[in-house]
Structure formats: C-alpha cells, structure tokens
Ligand binder design. Structure first.
Ligand code: 13P
Length: 338
C-alpha cells in the first residue's frame, strides 16, 4: 500500500471547488432514469449520455467520476475510451464495486450490501483500466424498530472489509453508509441513526486497519424523512449534519463528499453551501451527487442529438453551483441567472 499516493488521491477528490460526479447507475437504475425522459435504455444511448457529460465544460468542477462496470470499458463514438475523456478533463476515474443490496436474514425490512467475493481480483482489473478510487454503498433504512444493530454492524463490517481491500490494491475507498430519506421520521431521528451508522463504521474501519488518510466518506446529510410533515430549514440541516459529523468522523479523514439521496437539486446545493459557510471544520465538505447533478441534464437531453449542448450547459451549471457551495460561496441569485 502506498499511503502517500492514497492520501494524494483522496485530497484531490475533495480539492477546493471540486466534487465527485456519481455516474455509476447500474443498467437497471439508468433504465429508470431514462424512462422518465422517454429514452430507450440501449448501450449506445447510455454511452451517448455519459459521453456528453464527460465532454462538457462542467468537468472543470468535477474531481472524480464514479463509473459502472460497463462504462469503464466503453468507448466514445469516435473510439476514445470514456476513461481517457475523463482523464483529459483533469478528472479521476473511479468505479462502483459493490454488487448491490440483499435482504438480511431475520431482519425484516433491512438489507446488506454484498460483493466481497472476488473483490481483490476485480480491484486489480479496475486499477488496470484506470480507476483511482472505488465506491461501496450500504443502505440503512429507518422505520419502526429499525435499523437494528445487526444491520448497521453487518454493513459497517462489509464497508471495512471493502475499504481494506481497496487500500491494499492502492485504490482509495469511498465509504458510503446511506441512511435513507424514505419514511416519515423527523430530522432528530435521522441524526440519531446517522450517528449510530457512523460510530459503528469508524469502529469497523479501525478493526480492519484501514488508514483514514486514504479514504473519503460519502454520507447522507441529516434531514427529515420525505414523508415527514415537519421539514427542516437549510440552517437546521446544516447545523445538525455538522454536529453529527463532528461527533463521529476523525480529523484524519481528508474529505466528506455527500450523496444527494433524493433531495431537490437546490436543497442539495443550498445545504452544502450552508455547512461550508459555518466553516472551521477539520475535513473538506464537498459533493458526490448523482441525481442532484444529473436530473437537469437528463431532462434537457431527452435522448435527442440536437439537445446535447443544452444538456451540457445544464450539467455545467449544476457542477458550478455545487463547486461554489463546496467553498461556501453560493448565492441563490446565481440560480436565477441560469
Ligand atoms: P444520489 O446523489 O442520487 O443519492 O446518488 C449518489 C450515489 O452515488 C448513491 O450511491
């Protein structure tokens, strides 16, 4: 393991004004996104869509792109590997390596992420294909009597096993314990569960001998459930998220790159900005968004070649807004100008 190199890559992923584009939707998930905009989910359409993102000027604000297995092997229309396009933009290629969620026995309503079998070999192959970092997403659901310790612990353990394997293969692990927004729980319940998930995660990372300097954390923000009648203000989300992170995340972690998790694009930007305006934090706070970066370009594109430029502009705008938010320099007026 080359810890200096892992630390360099982790810092680059959260460099000032830059964040990660999560473009690692599985073929099933991208099919759902394409259905919304009336686009057939063919290999060529998936390629064309991702190619337009990777060729946009918004990539200047993107430090890394998380790819799906298909995409890391794909070539642009002119034959250039998509990984090359990403590198030419000065951006790091990354790869999603988990194999998705599966029901957890004796824990109704709860899931565990699988994919450790053969992971070392897959990591070595992805490194050969250009991946500098990886992602593994754990899913924690809030509900009556859940999450259980069994679920949170099994997921933390899997994340730690994954992270150790990544570092041993000189790949920076993004560790992602996502507390879901589904449900009618309030923000304080989300804070409690997020704290539970992060405490167990850092315990397991310690036991697995993972070097925190060579990791990036990808957590949820502390928010109320989507169906909760009492939705918090931007300031309350920022304050409660920072409070939980300070309780749980060691200062050795170079950066925290939030997932958007179904928040609106504007909420995801405004809340990140509010946290960075508070400032005085031991880690960089940035983004690793999928939906909050891609909803606008997908809508603008709608699968039509004549819309490529509009889609690129929509993506570049969101990338720029989130870049400003990662510095605490975003203003709502900048949205109206778009
Ligand atoms: P969202 O930003 O849409 O939550 O996706 C981020 C991600 O990569 C989830 O694993």
């Amino acid at each position: 393991m080359d810890l200096a190199e892992l630390n360099r890559v982790a810092n680059a992923m959260v460099a000032p004004g830059r964040g990660v584009l999560a473009a690692d939707e599985s073929s099933g998930t991208i099919k759902k996104r394409f259905e919304v905009i009336g686009v057939e989910c063919t290999e060529d359409n998936r390629r064309d869509y991702r190619e337009l993102l990777f060729r946009s000027k918004g990539m200047a604000n993107i430090s890394g792109v998380i790819l799906y297995d298909e995409t890391i092997r794909q070539k642009a229309k002119d034959g250039t590997p998509l990984v090359k396009l990403i590198e030419q933009a000065g951006t790091l290629p990354g790869i999603k390596v988990d194999k998705g969620i599966h029901a957890l026995p004796f824990c109704p309503g709860e899931v565990v992420t699988e994919g450790l079998d053969g992971l070392r070999e897959r990591l070595a192959e992805y490194r050969g294909l250009g991946a500098k970092f990886a992602k593994w997403r754990a899913v924690i659901t809030i509900g009556a009597g859940i999450p259980t310790h069994a679920c949170v612990n099994a997921n933390a353990h899997a994340l730690a096993r994954y992270a150790a394997l990544c570092q041993d293969e000189d790949i920076v692990p993004i560790v992602e314990p996502e507390v879901m927004m589904d449900g009618d729980h309030d923000i304080d319940r989300c804070a409690e569960v997020t704290e539970f998930a992060l405490k167990l995660l850092y315990e397991q990372l310690y036991y697995a001998k993972v070097k925190l300097e060579g990791t990036v954390l990808k957590p949820n923000m502390v928010v109320a459930g989507k169906a909760c009648a009492k939705q918090p203000s931007v300031a309350e989300v920022a304050e409660k998220t920072i409070r939980v992170l300070k309780e749980c995340v060691p200062a050795a972690v170079p950066g925290i790159a939030f997932l958007s998790g179904g928040q609106s694009e504007l909420d995801a930007t405004a809340r990140l900005d509010a946290m960075n305006k508070i400032g005085g934090l031991p880690w960089k706070l940035s983004f690793s968004y999928s939906r909050a970066l891609q909803a606008a370009p997908q809508k603008a594109w709608a699968g039509k070649a004549e819309n490529v430029e509009a889609a690129q502009n929509a993506f570049s705008h969101r990338a720029q807004m989130n870049s400003l938010a990662s510095r605490g320099e975003w203003k709502p007026e900048l949205e109206k100008a778009a």
